[in-house]
Unconditional design. Structure first.
Length: 151
């Protein structure tokens, strides 16, 4: 089985720009969609400084602008953020100090990503260490006032 770092390094012929067609038009509208390479998502996540945050939707906007596409793919961007988080966790366990600060990448609405290494508990600890306050709404954990800290 591939490690997270190997998955991150495997571009699979990406990035590529595709036309939004068929059933996807209803959800995504018309135009073009960039399917990013995993490393492109990781590069954006790496640039988020301590105390700041980014959402998957913001990463999609950055990718769309970079590739002159209408949108960044919502599916692969989220998957590749998870892969970047897994690769960073592998590096941390190997003793590397400078890793992608994946805990600063949130889901839409400032929601903490339960699929990242260590789950909600670890993400909450890491975010609180950087001065963020996490609040629970139903089953979701949200960074309070995340918009004020988003790049």
């Amino acid at each position: 089985m591939k490690s997270w770092k190997e998955k991150l390094a495997d571009n699979k012929g990406l990035p590529k720009i595709v036309n939004i067609e068929g059933k996807l038009r209803k959800a995504w509208g018309t135009g073009t969609c960039v399917v990013p390479a995993p490393r492109e998502v990781d590069e954006i996540m790496k640039k988020v400084p301590r105390g700041k945050l980014v959402t998957i939707n913001r990463i999609r906007e950055i990718l769309a602008r970079k590739h002159e596409a209408t949108i960044g793919c919502p599916i692969t961007t989220g998957i590749f953020a998870r892969i970047a988080a897994g690769a960073a966790d592998e590096e941390a366990r190997e003793g590397k100090k400078s890793i992608t600060p994946y805990w600063r990448t949130l889901k839409q609405g400032g929601v903490v990503n339960e699929k990242y290494p260590g789950g909600i508990r670890v993400q909450t600890e890491l975010l609180e260490r950087e001065g963020h306050r996490i609040i629970q709404r139903g089953k979701k954990y949200i960074v309070e006032d995340f918009e004020k800290h988003t790049i």
